[in-house]
Design a protein around this ligand. Structure first.
Ligand code: BTN
Length: 328
């Protein structure tokens, strides 16, 4: 068991090393700033090594030569600056589905903001009973336990809110435009970069808990996707031609989402509608909406204050609270 003070020291050591491959610090300076001896510093370097951060010592200098890109507790905490989300993190190398595990934990009273994250899912689930391809170490596959005191009918707003937080964190961190495809996909350059699976446990009039599951394609190359997905899916790495630190992106998303969520709990989705519309893919375009057995053709006119999709159809305006939109 690693002690909390060792974790904190390792965290500060990593910051001194500059967080990035090639970053470094003089041995003496590190000892002074962390108030540790040379053997203690070497122990910290070993600890970091176990989490994928390889530190090399040469000529009185310490250099970070490898960053493992893990999404474990240590790596996430290193970047995390939230108050509620991620205060409890369950990280796994391999798991069936983070949503399923988060659901079980929520039933066992897991606190609001608990995060379940896995390097790989063997039974990742998508919307409408589909499966979600979740290969090891390239994507972010995680779920969040939420306990808002809202009526069940308002829960769908959380999917939209998640999509908004994802789009904004991608755009500000990776500096490229990210769009929201109603109700809960995130698109870059017209292709799907992330999907959201929101699952609700409720009684008739109150929510017990909500699991928000996010699958974000981060470092996949084209060939990492199954052939049928290659024309429709993309990753941050494909679009930006560089690899990204997954734990950092998760921490940034949690920060953004927490900020929105605290307001959502007070005022619902309405204050976010304008911003979501501004980021909406397919606004003004002709689409078909598959909602249950119905297929409705129309032009996307925008969103209602509760997040429902508004379509202009030949027979008048249509309001959809769920469904799958395709471009005509
Ligand atoms: C979709 O677009 O159909 C939603 C995909 C959601 C996938 C994520 S990956 C993490 C979490 N665990 C799951 O089993 N699914 C969600």
């Amino acid at each position: 068991m690693i002690r909390k003070d060792q974790l904190e020291l390792a965290d500060r050591f990593l910051t001194l090393l500059g967080d990035r491959i090639g970053g470094g610090v003089a041995l003496e300076q590190a000892e002074r700033q962390l108030s540790v001896s040379t053997p203690q510093l070497r122990q910290l370097a070993e600890l970091l090594g176990g989490w994928g951060y390889k530190v090399r010592e040469s000529g009185g200098q310490l250099k970070l030569v490898e960053v493992g890109n893990f999404v474990n507790d240590f790596a996430i905490r290193h970047y995390l600056s939230t108050k509620v989300f991620g205060q409890k993190i369950h990280s796994y190398q391999s798991i069936g589905s983070t949503n399923t595990t988060a659901w079980q934990l929520a039933e066992e009273r897991a606190v609001e903001g608990t995060v379940v994250v896995a390097d790989r899912q063997t039974a990742g689930r998508g919307r409408l009973g589909r499966s979600w391809h979740s290969p090891p170490r390239v994507g972010l596959w995680f779920s969040l336990v939420l306990r808002p005191e809202i009526p069940p009918s308002e829960a769908s707003g959380l999917s939209l809110l998640t999509a908004l937080a994802l789009a904004q964190s991608i755009q500000s961190h990776c500096r490229m435009e990210a769009k929201i495809k109603w109700p809960n996909d995130c698109q870059i350059a017209g292709k799907k970069a992330a999907g959201i699976l929101t699952e609700l446990s409720s009684e008739l009039d109150r929510v017990n808990f909500i699991i928000v599951g996010v699958g974000l394609n981060v470092n996949q190359t084209k060939s990492d996707f199954p052939r049928p997905l290659r024309s429709k899916a993309t990753s941050l790495a494909i679009e930006t031609k560089q690899k990204w630190q997954r734990a950092e992106i998760l921490a940034l998303f949690l920060k953004e989402f927490e900020h929105f969520y605290l307001q959502f709990k007070k005022s619902g989705i309405a204050p976010f509608i304008q911003e979501i519309e501004r980021r909406m893919a397919l606004l003004g375009q002709k689409v078909t909406l598959a909602a249950g057995k119905d297929i409705i053709a129309g032009k996307v006119a925008g969103l209602a204050p509760d997040g429902a999709l508004l379509l202009e159809t030949k027979s008048g305006d249509y309001r959809a609270i769920s469904g799958e939109v395709s471009v005509l």
